[in-house]
Every structure is written in C-alpha cells, then in structure tokens.
Design a protein around this ligand. Structure first.
Ligand code: ARG
Length: 271
C-alpha cells in the first residue's frame, strides 16, 4: 500500500511538472500571471500571447477613451497602429492606460512591453529606452485666445504659459527660458486658457487642433523658426531587440503602403 501511494505521488509530481512546462491552464491564468510579473517581459509575451502597450489616453487624436474603441475602450491613431503591430506578430493587443510621466518607469519595470503614446524621440529618453523608427512628425504650437497679441514664440515672454508636465512642450518652453505653469492634462491647460488664467498653451500640433475644434474662441499660432520638428516613436525596454525588430518591420510596412497616413488623415479630418 505504502509503495502504491509513493508511486502515485511520484506520478502526480511528474504530471504537475510536465503540465507547468507545457504551460497548461487557461489563457486567462497565464495573462494574470504576466500582469503580476515584474520582469522577463519577453518571456511573458511569448507565454501569454498578449502584447501590452502602455499609453496615456489624454492625447487626441493619438489616444483617447471612447465607447467604440479600437482596443477595448481606447481609440486613436496610435491605437490603430498598436493593434496592427500586435496582429502582424500574432499577439493580442492590450492597453495599460497610465500617467504620461510614469510610462518609462513602467516599461523599465516590465509592467508593459512597449510605449505608444505620441512620444517624441528625444536624446534624453533614449538614455532610458530604445525607440522604433519614427512613425509621425509633429511640432509644438501655441494655442491662444482669438485676438491675442502672441504672434510668435518670442511674444510669450512675460506671459503666463501653460504646459503639460513631462511633455516635450514643457522642455521646449524651459529651454526658451520662460516661466510656465505645468498641469497633468492638456484639457486642464485648455480650461486655464478658456478661463483667462493663462495666456498661452504650448502643446503638440495635432492635439492642439483637436482642442481648438472643441473650444470656441481659441486659435493656433505656429512658429516654425522657434519650434523644431518632433518625431514620434514607439519605445521598448532597453535591449529588447526581439520586440523592436517586429515593431519596426510593422511600422515600415505601414509607412510604405500609406496605412499610417490614411489613419492620420481620417482621425484629423474628424476632429
Ligand atoms: N509628444 C509629446 C511628448 O513626447 C507629448 C506626448 C503626450 N502623449 C500622451 N499620450 N499623453 O512629450
């Protein structure tokens, strides 16, 4: 009898070992496991079949929350791109919506696999993450009230400037040496402007167009000589070349066959 129990328990231990090696269990169980894990992002991806993109869905037309989303309740140009990248590579796209300022840390901790957030490729950020090839070119613009005396960037001198914390708009204004107030969201900056509490908001061009379309009495002021072009890229954890190669291949195809420009047109036409 003792022998039978012994054999039985050996069989059971073996069965459990084989099962976990073959990663038995439902997809959900594996996904939950992937969510919990703090490292080994590449391994998680392979196991769960999920590709987790971190974003900050406060940046129309690139990412925003909408009932009829592209990935769950998230819509926008970036969401279309993320979905296509995942599909091209046999993954299920998942979105983790977090503060813009926390995206890079989340990526480094392995809580997300990639960042797609209209994120400008900068030398500073390149020290902490690896970027894909650029997929969109933007620039900073100024949003003012109709009739404002601000006609060029230099006119912001001495004015109350609102920017979003952690955005390149903030860095650019800092580099120009102007005082500014920082807010968590673009919409908060716009409320300040509408309510006359600031004179100008500096933010990315396409997002500015959306805000101006949504709020009467606001206009965009451009200054090409003051604001350089910025390129958006998808970020992965430093050294994750396996994922970066896949992302780059997808982007290359989408740029070559006009997919990205037609999404960009579609989303900016419908602001
Ligand atoms: N392009 C700007 C930057 O990289 C703003 C991006 C904001 N993106 C967002 N999803 N909230 O800083």
């Amino acid at each position: 009898m003792k022998k039978i129990i012994k054999i039985l328990s050996i069989v059971m231990v073996l069965a459990i070992a084989v099962c976990s090696l073959a990663s038995c269990g439902t997809d959900n169980a594996v996904t939950a496991e992937a969510g919990k894990a703090d490292e080994a992002t590449q391994a998680n991806q392979a196991k769960s079949g999920d590709l987790i993109f971190g974003t900050n869905a406060e940046f129309p037309p690139f990412e925003y929350v909408s009932a009829a989303g592209v990935i769950d309740t998230f819509d926008g140009i970036d969401m279309q791109i993320a979905k296509k990248i995942a599909e091209d590579n046999g993954y299920t796209p998942k979105i983790s919506n977090i503060e813009f300022d926390s995206l890079i840390i989340s990526l480094q901790k392995g809580q997300i696999d990639a960042i797609i957030a209209g994120m400008t490729i900068t030398e500073d950020r390149k020290e902490s993450v690896d970027f894909s090839i650029p997929y969109y070119t933007a620039t900073q613009v100024m949003i003012v009230k109709d009739g404002s005396e601000i006609k060029k960037a230099a006119d912001m001198d001495g004015k109350t400037i609102a920017v979003v914390q952690g955005y390149t708009g903030e860095t650019v204004v800092e580099k120009m040496g102007y005082e500014h107030v920082s807010f968590k969201k673009g919409t908060e900056c716009i409320m300040e402007l509408v309510n006359g509490k600031c004179d100008v908001v500096v933010i990315d061009s396409a997002t500015a167009q959306k805000y101006v379309a949504d709020n009467d009495g606001l206009v965009i002021v451009e200054d090409e000589s003051a604001f350089e072009n910025e390129e958006y890229g998808i970020a992965v954890k430093k050294g994750n070349t396996q994922l970066l190669d896949k992302i780059n291949a997808s982007i290359e195809t989408m740029l070559a066959n006009g997919t990205i420009s037609s999404w960009a047109a579609q989303y900016t036409d419908n602001l």
